[in-house]
Design a protein around this ligand. Sequence first.
Ligand code: SF4
Ligand code: SF4
Length: 451
Amino acid sequence: MGNDAKNKDGQSRTRNILPGTQFHRIRRTVQSICFVIFVLLPLFDVMRVDLPRQRFYFFGAELYINEFAIIFLTMMFVWILVAAGAMIYGRFWCGYLCPQMIFSEAADGLEKRINRMVNRKFSNLGPGARRALSVALFSAVLLPGSIFVTFVFVSYFVPPLDLFHRLLTIDMRTAAGITGASVTLVTVLDFAFLRTRFCTAICPYGYLQNMLADKHTLLVHFQEDSSGKCILCQKCVRACPMGIDIRRSSHQLECTHCAECIDACSEVLGKMGRGSMIHYAWGDVEQNFSGKNAWYRRMGLRDGKRVAILVLLLIYATGLSIAINLRQAVMVRVMPDRITLYTRGDDGLIHNRFRILASNRGKTDTKVTFSLAGLPAGRILGMDDGVALKPGETLQREFDIAADATQISPGINHMTIVAHVVPTQKDDVFAENFIAPMEGAPATAPAGKQQ
Ligand code: SF4
Ligand code: SF4
């Protein structure tokens, strides 16, 4: 391609143009990898929100929906990553990574192939019959394809095995079944009629990317140079999946920066011994074309906005990795039950009631045992065996702490409840109060009426 093209001053543009002429092949390779990732992410719980079980899976970590900090950091990290990507690499997502674009182009390619095959093999049929046959064959592939895409998409929110069972039983009664059927219908309509029109008519990300772009953002750029003028062959227009003419402007809303026009121009002008007049470029800043600017200047990496967003990305990535590392597989909460401040038991001791909430967010069986510190006269009742938890299990229990009133202070006694987790051997410590009656107080004291 035009890596050897010269600008008006005869200087090489080589350094500001990405290498490689066959962007189509690169794009197909990247899109195939993306498709595999799209399918594997939910199947192997790499990234998935499990709505029925209220879990969020993120690179092997099983997070509970109520683990707000981690989920918030993840969302912010992904959002800033997307914003930084759009600012630096422009519409790279649309052209190379977006599932909508991948499936739209696949549907386009499939339709063309079927049309060609029908026209070739059934040339004895009339145009109407050939058209009907093409539509029937295309629909026969589109429907199972759409069901598969929908299955993968819904798997991001419902466990795949559960979803597969619903699919086999043609579940149209539960919310998940109805959602699956509705999404399949939308997918069929999208790939049958909308395809890349979705990108310009509906998708908000395209608009957002254009807002985030600046003078250094990667774009596809047309420029006539000293090697000759455009021969007006229109091949770049015919090759464009969005049906636009890149020569009009590098900043057209429809342009996904897919580079099909670069390949088209390379092919035509290559036969004449010339390089493409369409290139990837870091913005349409004239100085960048000279190749004099260092790579970080061409990418605008000294620009305050870019530095800020990259620093922000680093901060959220660090925060997220710290939060995931500090996360405990077993979560224990201890809360006093202050419906009554204390009661006097049949054993003659003063009782305070507590409630525990324990969740096993790990992948192995676990057990939580409890001990008391700071209240020598006190003991925990009914929790000698601790609480056994299976993976994913959450339990709530109530228990009493009892103490002889004559061996503790009237009123508030500070103490510590220690939750010991086996097998992680981690301790959770809870500072709590044991409340004893004041002199001459009744046997039971409702909350707020302590004597
Ligand atoms: S103008 Fe070129 S880069 Fe833009 S969408 Fe069309 S083919 Fe892709
Ligand atoms: S393919 Fe190249 S030469 Fe042909 S019209 Fe497009 S820019 Fe001009």
